[in-house]
Design a protein around this ligand. Structure first.
Ligand code: KG4
Ligand code: ZN
Length: 325
């Protein structure tokens, strides 16, 4: 088995995956949402301190399995450096104490492998990655050959959901709350401008939309929050899928996955399926519980790294807050 640790943002998670069967045999996550709620976003120092408390609690549950572990994997990029460091320190200690190799995993590759939990990977693959930190279209020829087709020029989609939720005093993380509230609202109530309308380039922008929402809230005498949530969600996804469509029209790749926290959104999933159908593509999703950050996806990606023999010296791990493909 491989033991994998994920602590790139505000979720502390550990998973065990069987190398041969690809089965996730253990996964546990301790979320810090409640701790960050009063601040409307993740406070890095607090996240780091909570990882130091929570990761050992999870490791304690699998102490008796550690003798069967052949490698330890850890997310080393991208993410909050002070958060990543907590997982990395634990991985270094396990690698040295158990005398097993260490594998570092890119968090974005982890999200891609959330599509392949408990199963074989499919390549080539197109991926729409929508999370709190990223909004990207990626093209993967294999586990190691990944290129960026387009990404956001300012805020990420998840960040936009979180900021709009904060403006409406709804709590953190905003995505699931906005999705729920939007079901009761009129999505045509506000005519927010579609970002980068008419542009043929595949790139995203959410800061303008966020500001339009802010102005609408400030200028509304009789604010109906569900209408704001529904209208924002409609425009946010219309922009996302319009840009994805430019890519799908030209792409020869059959399988298209959507991953990251925002991919749990059912409004998005429905429209994503319809768009894939229009271009004769096969849509792929991660199981709901593995859309947001988790260690099962890191473990699954680590199996590929392990098979490629991509090991890292535990005394020489690079932690990076940003990366690009
Ligand atoms: O992938 P993730 O857990 O963490 C990062 O790697 O960033 O994504 C978290 C983001 C948050 O911004 C959260 O508001 C958003 O995913 N999110 C959603 C939904 N569930 C989570 N956004 C829209 N609809 C949802 N149902
Ligand atoms: Zn993530």
């Amino acid at each position: 088995m491989i033991v994998a640790i994920e602590s790139s943002c505000d979720d502390s998670a550990i998973a065990l995956v069987e190398i041969d069967s690809l089965k996730t045999v253990f996964h546990q996550k301790i979320s810090q949402n409640n701790a960050h709620t009063p601040y409307g976003g993740v406070v890095p120092e607090l996240a780091s301190r909570l990882h130091a408390i929570n990761l050992p609690k999870i490791l304690d549950l699998i102490k008796s399995d550690l003798h069967r572990v052949r490698a330890v994997a850890v997310t080393n990029e991208p993410g909050l450096t002070v958060s990543l460091a907590e997982g990395v320190v634990m991985a270094q200690a396990l690698s040295l104490a158990l005398d097993i190799p260490l594998v570092t995993v890119n968090h974005l590759k982890g999200h891609i492998h959330s599509l392949f939990i408990d199963k074989e990977a499919i390549f080539p693959l197109s991926v729409l990655l929508v999370s709190g930190g990223h909004t990207m279209v990626l093209e993967a020829q294999s586990h190691s050959e990944i290129k960026t087709i387009g990404s956001t020029i300012d805020d990420s989609l998840g960040e936009a959901f979180d900021k709009v939720a904060k403006m409406l005093d709804l709590g953190y993380p905003g995505g699931p709350i906005i999705e729920k509230l939007a079901k009761e609202g009129d999505e045509k109530a506000y005519d927010f401008p579609l970002p980068l309308r008419g542009e043929k380039e595949i790139r995203f922008s959410y800061s303008g939309l966020k500001n339009s929402v802010r102005l609408a809230i400030e200028n509304s005498l009789d604010l109906i929050r569900s209408d704001v949530a529904a209208s924002f969600q409609r425009v946010a996804f219309e922009h996302l899928l319009n840009k994805l469509e430019i890519y799908l029209k030209e792409s020869q790749i059959k399988h298209v996955g959507v991953v990251g926290g925002v991919s749990a959104n059912s409004y998005l999933r429905e429209r994503f399926i319809a768009l894939c159908k229009k271009y004769d593509k096969t849509p792929l999703f991660a199981p709901m519980e593995y859309c947001s950050d988790n260690a099962a996806m890191i473990a699954r990606a680590a199996v590929e790294e392990y098979k490629l023999g991509n090991f890292t010296d535990p005394a020489n791990i690079t932690i990076r807050s940003r990366v690009s493909f």
